[in-house]
Design a protein. Structure first.
Lengths: 720, 520
C-alpha cells in the first residue's frame, strides 16, 4: 500500500500520475470502480429518461439493475478480499506539489480504499439500496411520467455519493461523498417541490449539514497541516511512526477529533445538530428508509470509526462523543414518545439509535457501534418501509390515532407482521438482532472507565425501556386493536370509490421487499454467533472480524489490554455479575417492562392513555414535561431565536449600513466634492465621458506633479 | 503574431459593424467573437509555457525607443487561462444578447467587441502603457453598455461605476508611474516593461516606498475586485447592467482587479505585501461574511448574485495573500471558476428577466414546474457556486482556504496568515449555502408565482439558443471540478515564479519582528 500519489514529482507535472509500480493490487479488486460507475451510469440514463419524458417504469428498472450490479460487485469484492486491504486508483483529482518533502505536496485523488470496514458498509448500503429501489418502483407509481425519473436519478446520485464516501482512500474524496449525500438528500427531501414544507425541510437539511461540513473541512486542513497527507494509509503510517510535527504548539492534534466530531454529529443528527432529520420526513418514504434511517445517517459513525486513531490521541474527545451520544439517545426517545406521526416517531427513534452508536464509539467499542449500525439498517428500514406502505395505502395517513387494527385487514397482514419484526428488533426483544447489538454497547458502558460512564450506562438502559415503549405504542395502535381508519389528505382518484375510501393494499414489489428486509433483520442476529477468523480471542463474531482489519480495530473489546483499562483483571461488575451477562438480563427485563406499558396503554386500555396524559398536563409540577416532549424540547425555537433571527436582523442592518453609510455617506459625499468643483467648470459637465478622457490625462498630470513635489521633499521616505 | 490577432480581430469586428447595416451587427459580432475564441484556442495549443513558468505569444514593437515606449505583448500560463476564459465567454455573451437587445444594435455589439479587445489587452500586456490603456479602456464600453442598455437606474449606476473605478485606477497609475520614475533615475533610461519594473521595485525600493505603492495599487485594484469597503459600485452596476454586461462584468472585469494583484502587487512590492497581507486578509474576510449576510436579505435576485460576487472574490483575494502555491493556485482557479458559474447565473437571471420583466423574488417564483430545463441549470450553477465537491467552485474554494490555513510561519512557503483567519473565512461556506439555497427555494421551488399580466414572446422554457449558451459553461464547471489538475499543473511554473521572492522576504520579516518585538 504505497501511496501512489507520492510518486508524483515536480518533474512529472502536467503528466497524469501513474500508480507506483509497488502498489500491488489484487486483480479481483480492480472491479471496485464499478460500484461508483454503475450508479453514475444509472444517473445519466435516468436523466435521459426525464428528458425523453418516459412514462414507464424504465427508470426504476435501470436504477435497480445498476444498484444490484453494485451489490454483486461488493459481495464479489468481499469474497476475494485479503487483509489488510488495498488502494485502487481510479482517476487523478488534485495534485499540487512544490517540493519533495512531507509537507510540500497536497494530493487527493479518486481512489478506493478497500478494507473490511468499507466492505461491511458498502455491502449493506448497496444491498438495501437495491431492495428499497425495488420497493420504490411501486411506491412512486402515482408519479409515473412526472417525477419518476427525477426520483430515481436522485437515488442514483445518493448511491454514487455514498459509495464515494465509504470507499474513498482519502479525506477529500470522503468530503466529496459527504457533501454529495447531503446534496442527494436535499434533492430527495425536496422531491415534492411544490410543497413549501418539503422545500423548507430540504433547505434546512442542507444548511444544518453544512455546519457539520465546515467541521470536516477544517479537520481536513488541520490533518494536512499536521500530518502532511489526507490519505488514510499514509496517515496511519505517519501516526505509527509518530513522525508528525507538533504544528501550532501541538494543539492541532487535540482539535482534530473535535472537528471531525462536529461533522459526524451533523450528518448523523446528534445534539445539537439533529433538528434537520425529523423534518427530512417530508421526502418520499423510500428515501426516509434508505437515506435517513439505514445508510446516510450512519456516515458519521463511519467517519469516527475510520479516523478512530485520531480520536484515541485525545481521550477527552471520546468522552464527549459518549456523552453526546447518550444524551441524544435519551432526548430523542422522549420526543418520540410524545409524537403522533408514525414516520416522525421513527425519525426520532433513528436519532436515538444513532445516539447509541455514538455512545458505543465513545466507550471504546467500535465493534458495538458498527454492529448496531448493521442491525439498525435492516430493522429501521423495514419499519420505515411499512410506514410507507401504510401512508401509500391510506392516502398519506400517518397519525396513529386514526389507524387501527391493520393486522386484521385483508392484504395488510404482511405489512403488520413485518412491522412487528422490526419493532421487536428495535425494542431489543431478547434474541433478536437489536438485542445483541444494543447489549454490545450497553455492557461496554459499564466496562470502560470514563467520566460518569456508569451513569451513562444507566441512562442508556432507561432509554432502552423508553424505546420498547414508543416502538410498541406504534404497533399496538396501528396494527393491533379493532379495525378503524381514516384516509389522509392525499386522496388519489383511484382510492375514491363512489365517495367511500378504500385503502389499497401493497402489492408484490412492496410486500416482497418487506419480507426480505424483515428476514434480513432477523438474520442479522446470526453474525453475533459466527466465530472470528482474524483473532479468536475476540468476542463479537463476524462484525468484529470485519472491524478488525481496519483502523477502527482499537475499539474492539479485548483487542488491547491497555485500550480498555480494567478489561481482564479488574473487570467491573453489575450486581456482582459480568456486565456482558448481566446486560442480557437487565436490558431484556427493561425492554419487557416498556413493552408491557405500551400494551397496557395502547392495546388493552387505550382510553387510559388519554386520561393519564390529561392528568399529567393539568399538574403544574409535571405538566411541562409532556408539553416539552411534544414540542421537541423547543430546540427549533431556540435555534431560531439564537441563530437565525439575529443573523437575519444583522443582514438587514448590514444592508442598510451598506447603502446609507458606506455608499451614501462616504462614497457619495466624496463624489460630491469634485461635482461641486465641476460646476465651476461648466464645459466639462456636458459630455461626461468625452470629458473623462481629458480628466484622465489632466488628472494623471496633476498627480504626477504632486508626486514630483512629494519627492522633492522626500515625503515618500525614499531618496531625498 | 497570435497575440496581435487576439486584440485586433474584435476591434476589426467593431469597425465592420459600424460600417455595416444594423441588422448585420449581431451576425458580425458572432463571427468576430467566434474567430477570437478560435484564435485563443490556437494560441493555447501552440503555447509551450504550460507547466513551466515560460512566456509565449510574444510581440514587441518599438514605438518611441528614446522614451522607452514600446508595445510589448506576451502571456504566461495564468494570463493565457484568463484570455481563454474571456475569449470563450465573448461568443456566449453575444449569443445570450441575441433577442434581449433590440435597439441601437450597432453600438451594442460594437462596444462589446471593443470591450473584448481591451480585456484581452490587459491580460496580454507586458508593458505598463498597454496595460494601463487597456485597463482604463474597459470602462468606456462598459459605461455605454450600462448607460444605454441597462434598466431602471442605469444613468446613476453607470456614472458611479465609471467614476469610482476610474478614480481608483488613477491612483494606481500614479503609483506605477512613481516606480517608472524611480527606475529611470537609477537605470538612466525610461522603461515601461513590467518585468523590468517589477524586478527593480521588489529590490530597489525601501519598504516605506513599497507600502505607499501598495496603497496606490490597492486603490485601483481593490475597487475593481471589489474588496470591502470599496465595493458599493458593484451591486448597483450589476443590477442595472444588461445581461451580457453583467456576465462580462462578473466573469472578466472583476478579475482585472485580482489579476492586477497577481501581476503587479505580488511581484513588485513583496516586502509591503508581507507586511500588509494580514490587513488585506481581514478585509477579504469581512467582505466574505458581510456580503453573504447582505445577500441573505435581498429580494432582487440579481442584486443577490451581485453581492455574492463580493463575497466570493473575498476568497480569491485571501488565496492570493496566503503567499503559498496552494492559495495562489486556488486563487487563479477561483478567477476562472467564478467567471463560469457566476457568469452562468447572470445569464439565467437574464433569461428569467426576458420572460417576466422582473427580478423580484416576491413576484416570481416556483418556476420548476413552468421551466424545468431552466430550473435544472439554475440548481446546477448554484451548486457550483456553493462549492459542491465534484464541481469547479469547490476546488478553488478549498485550495484558497487550505492555503490560508497553512500560511503559518514555517515550511517551504512561510506565510503571515494562519488557521484562525481560514476558520473564520470558512464560515462563508455556510452562509453561501444559506443565501443561495434560499434563493433557489424561492425562485425555483414552491408554488408557481408569476407577475400579473406579464407578456413575452419567449417560449415558456429555454429555447435551443439559450441552452447552447449554458451548456459550454456547465461543461467547464464539470471539467474543472473533476480534473482541476489540468489547470493546476498548467500554472505550476508561473505560480512558482511569482512566489519566488516570497519565502525569503517572509522569513526576513518574521525574523526581524519576533526577536526584537515591535520597535517603533
Amino acid at each position: 500500500m504505497i501511496g501512489y500519489a507520492m510518486a508524483i514529482t515536480k518533474a512529472s507535472a502536467g503528466v497524469p500520475a501513474v500508480p507506483a509500480a509497488e502498489a500491488i493490487m489484487a486483480p479481483e479488486l480492480s472491479w471496485a470502480g464499478l460500484i461508483l460507475l454503475l450508479p453514475l451510469l444509472s444517473l445519466i440514463l435516468c436523466g435521459l429518461c426525464a428528458a425523453a419524458k418516459v412514462t414507464s417504469k424504465l427508470p426504476a428498472v435501470i436504477t435497480a439493475t445498476a444498484l444490484a450490479g453494485a451489490f454483486v460487485t461488493s459481495v464479489f469484492l468481499y469474497l476475494n478480499y485479503q487483509p489488510p486491504g488495498d488502494v485502487i486508483p481510479l482517476l487523478d483529482w488534485m495534485n499540487i506539489s512544490w517540493g519533495d518533502g512531507q509537507f510540500e505536496s497536497f494530493s487527493a485523488n479518486f481512489a478506493l480504499y478497500i478494507d473490511s470496514l468499507s466492505l461491511l458498509w458498502i455491502m449493506f448500503v448497496t444491498g438495501l439500496g437495491t431492495l428499497i429501489t425495488i420497493y420504490a418502483s411501486e411506491y412512486m407509481e402515482p408519479d409515473l411520467g412526472k417525477g419518476y425519473s427525477r426520483f430515481f436519478a436522485g437515488v442514483s446520485v445518493f448511491l454514487f455519493a455514498m459509495a464515494a464516501l465509504v470507499l474513498s482512500d482519502n479525506l477529500l474524496m470522503l468530503y466529496l461523498g459527504w457533501e454529495g449525500v447531503g446534496f442527494a438528500s436535499y434533492w430527495l427531501i425536496g422531491y415534492y417541490y411544490q410543497r413549501p414544507a418539503a422545500v423548507a425541510a430540504a433547505k434546512k437539511a442542507f444548511i444544518v449539514n453544512r455546519i457539520g461540513d465546515l467541521g470536516l473541512a477544517l479537520a481536513v486542513y488541520l490533518i494536512w497541516t499536521t500530518f502532511g497527507t489526507v490519505q488514510y494509509d499514509e496517515l496511519m503510517t505517519v501516526l505509527e511512526d509518530g513522525d508528525y510535527r507538533a504544528a501550532f504548539e501541538g494543539w492541532t492534534v487535540s482539535a482534530i477529533p473535535f472537528l471531525l466530531m462536529l461533522a459526524a454529529f451533523g450528518k448523523s443528527a446528534q445534539l445539537p445538530l439533529y433538528v434537520w432529520l425529523p423534518d427530512a420526513m417530508e421526502g418520499p418514504t423510500p428515501v426516509s428508509a434508505l437515506i435517513h434511517a439505514a445508510t446516510m445517517v450512519t456516515a458519521g459513525i463511519y467517519l469516527v470509526a475510520r479516523t478512530y486513531p485520531l480520536f484515541l490521541l485525545e481521550p477527552v474527545s471520546l468522552h464527549v462523543v459518549a456523552w453526546v451520544g447518550g444524551l441524544t439517545a435519551l432526548l430523542a426517545a422522549t420526543i418520540g414518545m410524545a409524537q403522533y406521526d408514525i414516520k416522525r416517531i421513527m425519525a426520532y427513534s433513528t436519532v436515538s439509535q444513532l445516539g447509541y452508536m455514538f455512545l458505543g464509539l465513545g466507550v471504546l467499542t467500535t465493534y458495538g457501534a458498527a454492529y448496531h449500525v448493521f442491525t439498525h439498517a435492516f430493522f429501521k428500514a423495514v419499519l420505515f418501509l411499512t410506514c410507507g406502505a401504510i401512508m401509500h395505502g391510506f392516502a398519506g395517513q400517518l397519525d396513529l390515532r386514526h389507524l387501527s387494527g391493520l393486522r386484521h385487514m385483508r392484504g395488510w397482514r404482511i405489512t403488520a407482521w413485518t412491522m412487528f419484526i422490526g419493532c421487536l428488533c428495535l425494542a431489543g426483544f431478547p434474541f433478536t438482532s437489536g438485542y445483541f447489538s444494543k447489549d454490545a454497547i450497553l455492557a461496554e458502558a459499564f466496562v470502560t472507565q470514563g467520566p460518569g460512564f456508569e451513569i451513562l450506562g444507566w441512562i442508556a438502559i432507561f432509554t432502552a425501556g423508553l424505546t420498547a415503549y414508543y416502538t410498541f405504542r406504534v404497533w399496538f395502535r396501528v396494527c393491533a386493536g379493532p379495525v378503524a381508519y381514516e384516509p389522509g389528505d392525499e386522496l388519489h382518484g383511484e382510492d375514491d370509490h363512489g365517495g367511500e375510501f378504500h385503502p389499497h393494499a401493497p402489492r408484490l414489489a412492496i410486500n416482497g421487499v418487506l419480507v426480505l428486509i424483515a428476514l434480513g433483520a432477523l438474520v442479522a442476529a446470526v453474525p453475533y454467533f459466527m466465530s472470528n477468523t482474524a483473532d479468536e480471542h475476540l468476542a463479537g463474531g463476524w462484525v468484529a472480524d470485519m472491524v478488525h482489519d481496519s483502523t477502527a480495530r482499537e475499539g474492539i473489546p479485548g483487542f488491547h489490554g491497555d485500550a480498555h483499562a480494567g478489561h481482564g483483571d479488574a473487570h467491573p461488575t453489575i450486581f456482582g455479575a459480568d456486565p456482558h451477562v448481566a446486560m442480557y438480563w437487565i436490558s431484556g427485563t427493561v425492554g419487557m417492562i416498556g413493552l408491557l406499558f405500551a400494551a397496557w396503554l395502547h392495546l388493552w386500555r387505550r382510553s387510559q392513555a388519554d386520561a393519564i396524559k390529561a392528568w399529567l398536563l393539568h399538574r403544574a409540577w409535571i405538566g411541562w414535561l409532556p408539553r416539552a416532549m411534544e414540542r421537541k424540547w423547543y430546540v427549533d425555537e431556540v435555534y431560531h431565536a439564537l441563530i437565525r433571527a439575529p443573523l437575519w436582523i444583522l443582514g438587514h442592518i448590514l444592508y442598510a449600513f451598506d447603502r446609507f453609510i458606506i455608499d451614501g455617506l462616504l462614497v457619495d459625499s466624496v463624489a460630491r466634492i469634485p461635482r461641486g468643483v465641476a460646476r465651476c467648470l461648466q464645459p466639462l459637465q456636458s459630455g461626461a465621458v468625452q470629458a473623462m478622457a481629458i480628466v484622465m490625462v489632466g488628472g494623471a498630470a496633476i498627480i504626477l506633479l504632486l508626486m514630483a513635489l512629494f519627492m522633492q521633499f522626500g515625503w515618500f521616505g525614499g531618496q531625498a | 503574431m497570435l497575440s496581435v490577432l487576439l486584440m485586433v480581430v474584435p476591434l476589426a469586428g467593431a469597425i465592420v459593424i459600424m460600417l455595416a447595416p444594423a441588422r448585420a451587427a449581431r451576425g458580425i459580432a458572432m463571427i468576430a467573437t467566434l474567430a477570437g475564441a478560435g484564435i485563443a484556442v490556437a494560441a493555447a495549443t501552440n503555447f509551450d509555457g504550460w507547466g513551466t513558468g515560460g512566456w509565449g505569444l510574444e510581440f514587441q514593437s518599438e514605438l518611441l525607443p528614446t522614451l522607452g515606449i514600446t508595445l510589448t505583448l506576451g502571456a504566461d500560463s495564468v494570463s493565457l487561462m484568463l484570455i481563454l476564459l474571456t475569449a470563450l465567454l465573448m461568443p456566449l455573451a453575444v449569443l445570450g444578447s441575441w433577442t434581449a437587445v433590440t435597439t441601437r444594435l450597432r453600438e451594442y455589439y460594437g462596444w462589446m467587441l471593443v470591450l473584448s479587445t481591451a480585456m484581452i489587452g490587459v491580460f496580454l500586456a507586458r508593458d505598463l502603457l498597454v496595460f494601463y490603456i487597456c485597463f482604463e479602456f474597459t470602462l468606456v464600453p462598459m459605461y455605454f453598455l450600462i448607460a444605454i442598455y441597462g434598466s431602471g437606474n442605469r444613468a446613476w449606476a453607470s456614472l458611479k461605476f465609471f467614476i469610482y473605478t476610474f478614480l481608483g485606477s488613477l491612483i494606481a497609475l500614479a503609483g506605477l508611474l512613481y516606480v517608472v520614475w524611480q527606475h529611470a533615475a537609477v537605470a538612466g533610461a525610461w522603461s515601461f516593461s513590467i518585468p523590468e519594473l517589477a524586478a527593480f521595485a521588489s529590490t530597489g525600493l525601501t519598504s516605506v516606498e513599497q507600502a505607499w505603492i501598495l496603497l496606490a495599487l490597492m486603490a485601483g485594484f481593490a475597487v475593481k475586485i471589489p474588496l470591502f469597503p470599496v465595493h458599493t459600485w458593484l451591486p448597483l452596476a450589476h443590477t442595472e447592467a444588461p445581461t451580457a454586461g453583467s456576465v462580462l462584468l462578473a466573469g472578466v472585469l472583476l478579475k482585472l482587479g485580482t489579476y492586477g494583484l497577481y501581476r503587479f502587487v505580488l511581484p513588485m512590492v513583496p516586502a509591503a505585501v508581507v507586511e500588509w497581507a494580514p490587513l488585506i486578509a481581514v478585509l477579504s474576510i469581512i467582505g466574505i461574511l458581510y456580503a453573504a449576510l447582505i445577500c441573505w436579505v435581498q429580494t432582487d435576485v440579481k442584486k443577490l448574485v451581485a453581492y455574492s460576487s463580493v463575497s466570493h472574490l473575498g476568497f480569491c483575494v485571501l488565496g492570493l495573500v496566503a503567499l503559498n502555491p496552494l492559495g495562489l493556485q486556488g486563487s487563479v482557479l477561483y478567477m476562472i471558476n467564478h467567471g463560469l458559474s457566476t457568469g452562468a447565473l447572470f445569464f439565467l437571471i437574464g433569461m428569467m428577466y426576458e420572460r417576466y420583466h422582473t427580478r423580484d423574488m416576491g413576484q416570481v417564483g416556483g418556476l420548476a414546474s413552468k421551466m424545468p430545463v431552466w430550473s435544472c441549470f439554475m440548481v446546477f450553477f448554484v451548486l457550483a457556486s456553493v462549492g459542491l465537491p465534484g464541481l469547479n467552485g469547490f476546488v478553488s474554494e478549498f485550495l484558497c482556504l487550505i492555503g490560508t490555513f497553512a500560511a503559518g510561519g514555517s515550511g517551504a512557503y512561510p506565510g503571515v496568515l494562519g488557521p484562525w483567519l481560514a476558520a473564520i473565512a470558512a464560515i462563508g461556506m455556510i452562509f453561501a449555502a444559506m443565501y443561495l439555497l434560499i434563493m433557489v427555494g424561492k425562485i425555483v421551488f414552491g408554488t408557481l408565482r408569476e407577475p400579473p399580466g406579464h407578456a413575452s414572446d419567449m417560449p415558456s422554457d429555454l429555447n435551443f439558443r439559450e441552452i447552447v449558451v449554458l451548456v459550454p459553461l456547465a461543461i467547464g464547471c464539470i471539467l474543472l471540478g473533476v480534473q482541476p489538475d489540468l489547470a493546476i499543473h498548467a500554472m505550476e511554473g508561473a505560480v512558482a515564479d511569482t512566489l519566488s521572492a516570497y519565502p525569503d522576504v517572509v522569513t526576513g520579516v518574521l525574523n526581524s519582528v519576533s526577536p526584537q518585538g515591535a520597535t517603533p
